[in-house]
Structures are given as C-alpha cells and as structure tokens.
Write a protein that binds this ligand. Structure first.
Ligand SMILES: [Zn+2]
Length: 222
C-alpha cells in the first residue's frame, strides 16, 4: 500500500476511535459532534460522516474530503460541519485536528456569549488564559470557519465558544483537539459551579504566563 494510503487508513481508524471519547466523556447527544484530522502533507482531511450514530462509527464509515469539503473517498456524506473544519485547516497550517461538540456547560457559556475567565491553574495550563467567545455565525458558508480562525489566531486557547452554538477546539493532531474538547467542558462546568456560589478570583497575568510555559516545558514524562 502506498504511504499516503496507509496514512489515511490509520487516520480513519484513529478518528473513528476518538469519536468514542466524545461519548465516554458525555460531550455529545444523538449524532451531534464531530472529529476530523488533517492528512499530513496533503490537502485532505478525514472526518465523521453526517448523521451516523456513534455506535455505528467505524473506520469504514469515516470519509475523506478535500479542504473545501468535497468528498474524495467514502460512501457517506461528510459532516455538515466539514466546511468549518476545512476552513480551519486552510488558514491554520499548524492545526492537525479539529473537534466540535455541543457539550452542555461550554455551550451554556456560548449561549450567554461569555468567555470562561481564567480562574483555575489548569486553565492557565491548558488554555493560557480565558476561553474566548467567537462570533454568531450561520452554517452553510465559511462564516463559522472564519469566526473560529479569527478568534483563535490571536489566542493561546485551543478552544473557542462560538456564540449561541458551542465549542470548537483545535490541536496539533486529532487527539489533542479531543483533549481540548474534554478540558473545555471540564473547566466550563467547574467555573459555572464557582459562579453559582460566589465570585471566582482571577489569576494574575504573570502567574498565568508561568503556568502556561511550565506546562509546556516541564509537565509529563521526559
Ligand atoms: Zn454544532
């Protein structure tokens, strides 16, 4: 099998399996939500098909499209969010994975149009500051993708809360984008609870900066 064929086959397996993380962490209802991965070095991505139940998502059902959302390989129609994913890949070359969910707490912040303030050290670690809100955008053209890129381009955050819609997350690969989707729901929930009982206290910018840098350079296994 030529190398790119093998890479695509592996990514279809990976992306199918990563959709299982969305259900495992309770981030999705019914068929909402999607994960995609860029095919490195190609103008291609692999992404969830539209309207397929999570327990029926296998590598065979995952589709391959170009970065404008045109189907290249697969028997099913790509996710209705494919245009947004493709826009992100076309405009952010460092991004290798994109995830979208309507996870409840993160989407509740999006419904209020309110960024999640950086009041937890794990937020400084993972997001490098607040989780920003992106513009209101309708599905059907480039406006969701444009809103994601315009918001995240100038932010350390790998997550954006698209107004009245929900979170989109990015990563160097699909697994990193899924991790950001799990983490943004976790902090959205915790900070929501903190808000209900009082006013969470912020973290100073210097401390946010040092946490963010330390997490990238020191944390984890060498
Ligand atoms: Zn959506």
């Amino acid at each position: 099998m030529p190398l790119v064929r093998q890479v695509i086959a592996d990514l279809r397996e990976t992306v199918a399996a990563l959709h299982g993380e969305l259900t495992r962490y309770g981030l999705v209802m019914w068929t909402a939500g999607n994960v995609s991965a860029r095919v490195p070095g190609e103008d291609l991505m692999v992404i969830k098909p539209s309207g397929v139940a999570y327990d029926q998502l296998t590598a065979d059902t995952i589709v391959v499209t170009d970065l404008h959302g045109e189907l290249v390989e697969g028997d099913l129609s790509p996710s209705s969010d494919t245009a947004a994913h493709g826009y992100v890949y076309r405009h952010m070359p460092e991004v290798g994975g994109v995830v979208h969910t309507h996870s409840a707490y993160a989407t509740a912040w999006a419904a209020r149009g309110e960024p999640i303030p950086c009041v937890l050290t794990m937020m400084a670690d993972e997001f490098g500051g607040e989780v920003p809100v992106g513009p209101f955008a309708l599905i059907g053209d480039d406006s969701i993708g444009r809103g994601i890129v315009e918001t995240l381009r100038d932010s350390r955050s790998p997550a954006v809360l698209m107004r009245n819609h929900g979170p989109f997350t990015i990563g160097s690969d699909a697994r990193a984008a899924v991790k950001a989707a799990v983490m943004v729901e976790d902090v959205a929930r915790t900070v929501h609870i903190a808000h209900q009982l009082g006013s969470p206290t912020g973290i100073g910018q210097d401390d946010i900066d040092s946490l963010y840098v330390r997490y990238r350079t020191v944390y984890g296994q060498a």
